[in-house]
Ligand binder design. Structure first.
Ligand code: NAP
Length: 310
């Protein structure tokens, strides 16, 4: 039986690995289908403290992995499909290839996946060629350019407002004629001189120039069925995230959107003693690499203390 199993190799999971490995807990990290997590999908990370010139997202994750391995972290590919946390001393994880893994403590850092539109051009231009799901990460690359934001919730409004700092014009596409966002955010967006809201409008295709870089988006007005193109270099999708919490449904407390809920007074402690959460699977508010790393650190320290008490 392992002392600690960590699910996920994003910022949260690998930071938890560094801390638990340095505490001689010999962590086993389970890696899913996106090694390194969401950061590996962005080109350059300019806001991770300690990298004044910025660092490539993939490189940053590779560094974190090496740092975790240096202290004895073991990593293996495994996707957990279901869990049995009923025995307080032995947590059981069942993988998709029917293995049973046992641990005294578990840190869940499975992340969240941005919801995508599934339209032509989206996948082809994702990450560096115009299409992205993170204004905080990529906004600065679109200085003095026209960009499009898709969505009508708080995230879309927040991203649109953030982008006005860099971009010459932000067009917000929303599929209905009323924003879902909170009133204050909606008002700020509607009143902002750099933002134009295209109501009842959905993107149909992201269009590339001859070099494969985004050039425009073809959109459709769902009310009058008119179709036209909007010229823009950036396409920011903000239609929500899907936390990767499915194997824990009915076992741990989740909110209505599937994010893990934690115990009062803790960002990382779940209702099952010895089971902790960290990063985007438990955080729909900040969703930053550095906050995920911070939660990974908290989860690791709490796991270490919990194991020491047991
Ligand atoms: P959200 O509230 O679920 O909004 C998603 C938006 O995307 C909705 O406007 C939705 O349209 C649209 N959408 C969904 N699927 C679409 C599709 N296939 N095509 C086109 N549009 C689509 O998600 P969120 O904005 O990420 O917010 C998640 C939670 O975090 C919310 O509770 C939010 O309040 C909170 N949050 C708060 C803040 C803040 O307070 N500063 C910032 C960010 C997020 P419909 O409206 O038609 O459904």
């Amino acid at each position: 039986m392992e002392d600690v199993i960590i699910l996920g190799t994003g910022c949260a999971g690998l930071t938890a690995a560094i801390y638990t490995a340095r505490a001689n807990l010999n962590p086993l990290v389970l890696e899913g289908t996106q090694p390194g997590g969401q950061l590996t999908t962005t080109s350059e990370v300019e806001n991770f403290p300690g990298w004044p010139e910025g660092i490539d997202g993939f490189q940053l994750m590779d560094n974190l992995r090496k740092q975790a391995e240096r202290f004895g972290t073991r990593t293996e590919y495994a996707r957990v499909e279901r869990v049995d946390l009923s025995d307080p001393k032995v947590k059981k994880l069942y993988t998709e290839d029917d293995r049973e893994l046992q641990a005294r403590s578990v840190i869940i850092a499975t992340g969240a996946s941005p919801r995508l539109l599934g339209i032509p051009g989206e996948k082809e231009m994702f990450g560096g060629k115009g299409v992205t799901t993170c204004a905080t990460c990529d906004g600065a690359f679109y200085r003095d350019m026209d960009v499009i934001v898709v969505g009508g919730g708080d995230s879309a409004c927040e991203e649109a407002l953030f982008l006005t700092r860099f971009c010459s014009k932000v067009t917000l596409l929303h599929r209905r004629d009323e924003l879902r966002a909170s009133q204050i955010m909606a008002d700020r967006v509607i009143e902002h001189p750099k933002i134009e809201v295209k109501w009842s409008t959905v993107p149909e295709e992201v269009l590339a120039d001859e070099s494969g870089q985004m050039r425009a988006t073809r959109v459709r007005n769902v009310k009058d069925d008119s179709v036209y193109e909007i010229e823009a270099k950036g396409f920011f999708i903000a239609i929500g995230h899907i936390p990767n919490s499915k194997p824990f449904e009915g076992v741990l407390d989740l909110d209505n959107d599937g994010y893990f809920l934690t115990q009062a007074g803790s960002q990382v402690r779940t209702k099952v003693p010895g089971v902790f959460v960290a990063g985007d699977c438990a955080d729909h508010q900040y969703r930053q690499a550095i906050t995920a790393a911070g939660m990974g650190c908290q989860a690791a320290i709490d796991a270490e203390r919990w194991l020491a008490e047991g």
